[in-house]
Design a protein. Structure first.
Length: 971
């Protein structure tokens, strides 16, 4: 039987559901932290309408509902303007809720995610009809209520149930109840629950007023004697839910749990819009039964609490009858209503109440319910054992976990109540890693655009500045790298302390921090393969690797193992030679083993961080390291080859020299031909950087020839003439050493041979002749780099002290799209490793972040994504096609760039002043199939050229289309 990927494992009919993420925009509060501050301070966000709602009655209004980051969500301007702002609000809040839950859409794609939206308003569609706007391609998807949920599922790739619940004012609480059932039935493994309400028209106010429910005083007086009706509010909230057992196993931050709930209807017991005490009492009791709690367990209820003369007494009587009576007189049930703070959010009222209560459970504190002075005379609070929580107070601890209820009742009689519980104390899963804290860490930011990336850096700096006790750097780094989507525009800041991090974040934010300077790595995400470069002798320095040995256990173990394999042949401690006597590391018999041990340790360290290369290029002896890490030689055999190679070279008589010259290979070859048998080309490092090597006087003469031509020369601090004819006497003995070693074909990364400059056949590196010839052969490092580049290498990492190979690589293959990094470029080795990890991330190479930061690091709160909003409203859909098309026609004879850009902007519904990144794909720019047809038709008409229906498939970016028109080639 095939596996059913449409269902998640059912967690059990009664398992609690964890609330692990919250996002909201309510009057006076953008986000849960701001909402909590509003609540505990007793804030009342009711005021007169302004802007789009100028002249409207007092209510709870959101600002800037006409603004939206359309580019982020891939919506062309016309589609964004046609879309109900409730859709747009939910898109942004859903993204923020996932960030608050410390997860990403990609992570959730592992199982079905359900979307449950409570909504009941279509006022944007009403505005569109009132403006006589003709229907368009986007009308149905923009204003159809089902698309409030379907749009979320489509954009985020959620494959679970996707539905909109409309039960009137109880819609969003009913959506939560449905989501809990969906999780328990296994219909989804994660659920997104949302409620949304925007009051865009004055007609909506008039409808409520005609019903007699609108407060003339403009304030909500829940359970108070002054109760005179509702105050309308608007807003939206989004929750991320998952089964409690999985949330605990995943180490999630849990705001609260949903223990259970119930729904029913008034039926015909009262008038259509009149509340039923009996029905409300029944739903309260049923919810407690389903949640497995007794009435006495419930210590707080978030009321429906509309502040109406009819509704409040009915709700109080039902609540007292179901949960209040039987309590001691000094222990009444505390109640409150968020409607006193932000108004009645109608379809979103339930989600607002849940978020308030979830935050109260999380903080173990009850915020005040406002505007309560004297009980409604129709409510006997004492007899019902109810008390309005009219002041801020701690939520007392009890012998059992804190439990609260949330009620929401629809005008048409659909009643809903859910029972929430505090999160259980979480056991730490596994012991913390005993290793020391990471001293230097990368903190990453990214954005769809450059502006968003810089704003992200600014927001993070501001948040750290405002925090009394900033989080540990490792926690910040882990959170930034693992709980946020990495967009194409990326940056990473490497820092060893909070002050340094702040300084560098602000430099990144204001544009003064260049890529590769002062711990800042930034750029557009690249694509291509990763190549590791292993240097040979001449790159060593005293003290190299000592800091890495102290900081990273993986490096220390690999380095120590290599030293243990080398030292029997050396007869001395390699670490002492490297980190003790400063003059030893340059001696030949120590330099080559020291570099080998260092390179092996660095390779294993980066490998543990997930930085696995596709290609390897070894310079001189560095090729032995490449052979070892690909399995050609075991560690012991590779160490033996390195040690014997160094020993044999050291037996050669003195009198050799190696000199770097600025010249091309052909002219150097002609020069060394004048010194037959004495001088050879030791290395071709880049097209105009070569090394000559041989007998000292002859080599000096070759170098002097080029110096006389005004070329740069540099004598290498190596006392022997490596890779020259002078190495011939040791070839036979070196071959014999290699014959005594176990050799295997390489596996894993491809080694590009620096003897041939190309990938060698599988068995090539396993032949003794190769390693005998290797010591005399020219190191064709530049050609090998060129081959690696041709094979697709775009990210180059130098595994050794200094940045000599990186410089050569940049001279050979730098076409502006490559990235080079050298972890040990300076003596700040830990900072260098962190910068190389950052460079890998910015390039787009995979990184195993938990290994970078250690198991001691824990997620913390970070600023949410800074959407770059623009105005999108009914009055922004005016056509710009005619003037743009005319402009394109004028430009066609002169500039294909203007033609393609102008016509693309027209197809996307953008004005001529908009910026267009021609390197991005048409789909990333928000172009759908209808727009693609329109663009092709316009281009064909203006140019008079027949264009294939596959035009944008064959030319997927504006840049490639411009190139095609410039070449005048067939399309």
């Amino acid at each position: 039987m095939s596996e059913d990927h449409t269902r998640a494992p059912a967690p059990g009919a009664d398992e609690p559901v964890a609330v692990v993420g919250i996002a909201c925009r309510f009057p006076g509060a953008d986000g849960p932290a701001a909402f909590w501050r509003l609540l505990v301070s007793g804030g009342e966000a009711i005021g007169p309408g302004s802007g789009l709602r100028e002249g409207r009655r007092p209510g709870g209004y959101l600002a800037d509902v006409d603004r939206f980051d359309a580019e982020f969500f891939g919506m062309p301007a016309r589609e964004a303007a046609a879309a109900d702002p409730q859709q747009r609000l939910l898109l942004e809040l859903c993204w923020h809720a996932l960030e608050d839950a410390r997860t990403t859409p990609v992570t959730l794609s592992a199982g079905p995610t359900g979307v449950y939206v409570g909504a009941g308003s279509d006022e944007y569609a009403f505005l569109s009809r009132a403006a006589d706007a003709p229907p368009s391609t986007y009308t149905m998807t923009g204003t159809g209520r089902a698309f409030l949920a379907n749009r979320l599922s489509h954009f985020f790739g959620f494959t679970g149930p996707s539905l909109v619940v409309d039960t009137g004012q109880s819609s969003s609480l009913a959506a939560l109840h449905q989501a809990v059932q969906g999780l328990r039935r296994g219909e989804c493994s994660t659920a997104i629950v949302a409620g949304v309400q925007l009051n865009l028209t004055a007609e909506g106010d008039e409808v409520v007023e005609a019903l007699g429910a609108l407060s003339p005083s403009g304030r909500c007086h829940t359970f108070d004697a002054r109760a005179d009706g509702i105050v309308r509010g608007e807003g939206a909230g989004v929750l991320v839910l998952k089964p409690l057992s999985r949330a605990v196993a995943d180490g999630d931050r849990i705001y609260c749990t949903v223990l259970g709930g119930a729904m029913n209807s008034d039926g015909a017991r009262t008038g259509l819009t009149a509340p039923s005490e009996a029905a409300q009492r029944e739903v309260l009791s049923a919810a407690c039964r389903q949640a497995g709690v007794s009435p006495a367990d419930v210590s707080y209820v978030e009321l429906h609490g509309t502040g109406t003369a009819l509704g409040d007494p009915v709700e109080a009587a039902a609540l007292g009858g179901a949960l209040g009576r039987g309590r001691p007189s000094d222990g009444p049930l505390l109640v409150g209503s968020v409607k006193t703070n932000i108004g009645h959010l109608e379809a979103a009222a339930g989600i607002a109440g849940v978020i308030k209560t979830a935050l109260a459970l999380f903080h173990r504190e009850l915020p005040p319910s406002l505007n309560y002075q004297q009980p409604n005379p129709a409510i006997d609070m004492s007899a019902l054992r109810l008390r309005v929580c009219d002041g801020r107070r701690a939520w007392p601890e009890r012998r059992t976990p804190r439990v609260a209820g949330v009620s929401s009742f629809g005008l048409g009689g659909t009643n809903c109540h859910v029972v929430l519980g505090e999160a259980p104390p979480l056991a730490v899963a596994g012991a913390r890693e005993p290793a020391s804290q990471v001293s230097v860490v990368p903190v990453v930011v990214s954005g769809r655009t450059e502006a968003a990336m810089r704003q992200q850096a600014r927001n993070l700096a501001d948040a750290l500045d405002a925090a009394g006790r900033p989080a540990a750097l490792a926690d910040l780094g882990l959170t930034s790298a693992t709980t946020r989507t990495a967009f194409d525009r990326r940056a990473a800041v490497v820092a060893s302390g909070t002050d340094q991090l702040l300084t560098r974040l602000r430099a990144l934010a204001d544009g003064s921090g260049a890529d590769g300077e002062n711990g800042i790595v930034q750029g557009a995400r690249g694509s291509g393969l990763t190549a590791f470069l292993f240097p040979g002798q001449g790159m060593q320095r005293p003290g190299m690797g000592e800091r890495l040995h102290k900081e990273f256990g993986v490096f220390a173990r690999a380095f120590d193992d290599a030293c243990a394999a080398l030292e029997p042949a050396l007869g001395a401690s390699l670490a002492d030679a490297m980190w003790g006597r400063q003059d030893l590391v340059d001696k030949l018999n120590y330099a080559q083993p020291a570099l080998f041990a260092l390179e092996v340790g660095l390779y294993r360290l980066l490998e543990s961080f997930g930085m696995v290369p596709d290609l390897l290029v070894g310079h001189s002896q560095g090729e032995i390291t490449a052979a070892h890490v690909t399995g050609v030689f075991s560690l012991e055999d590779a160490a033996a080859l390195v040690a014997h190679r160094g020993r044999l070279i050291n037996t050669l008589p003195p009198g050799g020299a190696m000199i770097a010259v600025q010249a091309e290979e052909d002219e150097v070859r002609r020069a060394v031909a004048r010194e037959p048998g004495l001088v050879g080309i030791a290395a071709v490092n880049s097209p105009r950087s070569l090394v000559v090597s041989g007998e000292e006087q002859a080599t000096n003469r070759v170098a002097a020839h080029f110096e006389a031509l005004g070329r740069r020369i540099r004598r290498l601090r190596i006392a022997v003439a490596g890779h020259s004819p002078l190495m011939a006497p040791i070839q036979d003995e070196l071959r014999a050493v290699a014959e005594g070693l176990s050799r295997n074909p390489p596996s894993g990364p491809v080694i590009v041979s620096t003897v041939t400059g190309s990938p060698a056949p599988a068995g090539h590196f396993a032949t003794p002749d190769y390693w005998a010839h290797h010591v005399c052969a020219t190191v064709r490092f530049g050609p090998a780099l060129g081959t690696a580049h041709e094979l697709g290498a775009r990210f180059f990492v130098e595994l050794g002290p200094g940045r000599g190979l990186s410089t050569m690589a940049a001279e050979t293959v730098d076409h502006g799209v490559e990235r080079f990094t050298a972890p040990m470029a300076t003596e700040d080795e830990t900072g260098g490793v962190a910068e190389s990890v950052a460079a890998a991330h910015v390039f787009g190479a995979p990184v195993r972040w938990p290994a970078v930061f250690g198991r001691h690091a824990r997620p913390v709160d970070l600023p949410l994504y800074p959407f770059q909003r623009g105005r999108h409203w009914l009055d922004t859909t005016e056509e710009v096609a005619a003037p743009q098309a005319a402009s394109a026609a004028v430009q066609w004879s002169r500039d294909p760039f203007d033609l393609v850009v102008t016509c693309t902007l027209q197809a996307l519904g953008l004005g001529p002043e908009a910026d267009l990144d021609v390197s991005r794909s048409f789909s990333d720019l928000g172009m759908d199939s209808r727009m693609a047809v329109a663009l092709r038709t316009t281009l064909a008409r203006i140019t008079g050229r027949p264009l294939p229906t596959t035009l944008l498939f064959d030319r997927p970016t504006p840049a490639s289309l411009i190139e095609a028109f410039e070449s005048d080639a067939p399309l």
